[in-house]
Design a protein around this ligand. Structure first.
Ligand SMILES: NC(=O)c1ccc[n+]([C@@H]2O[C@H](COP(=O)([O-])OP(=O)(O)OC[C@H]3O[C@@H](n4cnc5c(N)ncnc54)[C@H](OP(=O)(O)O)[C@@H]3O)[C@@H](O)[C@H]2O)c1
Length: 298
């Protein structure tokens, strides 16, 4: 079923693991979408489910007022849209990229007469369409208005404001928090193994404590936002001592020391800066002092 009509609500470009999940969520909710993928075989299951498959990117874009792109990265997005007529379209970028890439694509799309919405998906494909799929967006408010209902069929959509880099910045903040926590979890899992304890029970414990950890993060964010680090419930020194102890345990148990040594060294920098009695969030001062790139200290 190929179509060059302008009768679709949205075009979805890119049918990798995430693109397929987005297309299925939209189609399941009854959206009239048209899809395209470089490797056409990936569109076959969607076509069998009644979704329109375009013969080219240009045909998909021409058929829809809203164009959603979910491919590997921004350079791939640009190469796909380079010679496509975008004037009057709402372009929604859901591929992962840096805030700078988002700003550049916003300028590029706007110069071609499109309204631009940058998006970041904070979920894995199996979560798309469900309550745990957060989709962060930023950019032109009119573009958000045009795409909001459609994106809401794919996840819990939030608008972070007009600066086009805002969604990517929040995405990267989440990624840093997530993978920092996961690396700690992997060390914890190895620790359980070395103590002969079941890792699945440890995972259950972490899931149960997740809301409390989330609250600690929120309190730390508040401290950084207001610049208040005095009279903490637990000091930066306590964090440093805990990581030192974790390193001692790793050596006693003869397991990998990478994670505790990294964490202890970071808190050690806070100790060396005289921040031991302040809140752990005072680590932000160490990071500000260590900033090497443009915008250091902001
Ligand atoms: N998977 C996740 O859990 C997840 C979560 C959040 C965000 N994301 C983001 O979503 C985006 C897509 O991820 P994914 O998991 O769907 O990746 P994927 O399964 O590797 O699929 C990549 C997609 O990009 C297309 N592509 C790559 N380079 C291209 C090019 N030069 N020209 C045309 N098409 C090109 C591929 O087309 P072919 O099929 O022809 O190769 C495919 O459709 C990424 O930016 C990723 O960071 C993914």
């Amino acid at each position: 079923m190929h179509s060059h009509s302008t009768t679709h609500e949205a075009a979805l470009i890119g049918l990798g693991a995430m693109g397929v999940a987005l297309a299925r969520a939209a189609a399941t909710k009854g959206r009239r979408i048209i899809v395209w993928n470089r490797t056409s075989a990936k569109a076959a299951p969607l076509e069998a489910a009644g979704v329109t498959v375009a013969a080219s990117v240009a045909a998909a874009v021409a058929a829809s007022p809203v164009v959603i792109v979910c491919v590997t990265d921004y350079p791939a997005t640009r190469s796909l849209l380079e010679s496509v007529e975008l004037a009057g379209k709402t372009l929604v970028q859901l591929s992962t990229g840096t805030p700078q890439e988002a700003r550049e694509l916003a300028a590029w799309a706007t110069a071609r007469g499109a309204r631009y919405l940058d998006g970041a998906i904070l979920a894995v494909p199996s979560q798309i369409g469900g309550p745990h799929a957060n989709i962060m967006t930023a950019g032109a408010p009119e573009a958000f208005a045009a795409a909001q209902a459609l994106l809401a069929d794919m996840g819990a959509v939030r608008f972070a404001g007009e600066p086009p880099g805002a969604a990517a910045a929040l995405d990267f903040g989440v990624l840093a928090s997530l993978f920092g926590a996961l690396l700690g979890f992997y060390h914890g899992a190895r620790l359980m193994e070395s103590e002969g304890l079941p890792v699945d029970s440890f995972g259950e414990l972490m899931a149960a404590t997740a809301p409390a950890i989330g609250e600690m993060i929120r309190i730390d964010a508040d401290a950084i936002h207001h610049g208040r680090y005095e009279a903490p419930e637990a000091s930066l020194e306590i964090c440093w001592r805990s990581m030192e102890l974790l390193g001692r345990h790793a050596r006693e148990a003869a397991i990998d020391v990478s994670f505790p040594d990294f964490a202890a060294a970071m808190f050690q920098r806070g100790m060396a800066a005289g921040l031991g009695q302040e809140a752990p969030a005072a680590m932000i001062k160490v990071l500000r002092a260590g900033s090497a790139a443009k915008g250091a200290g902001r």
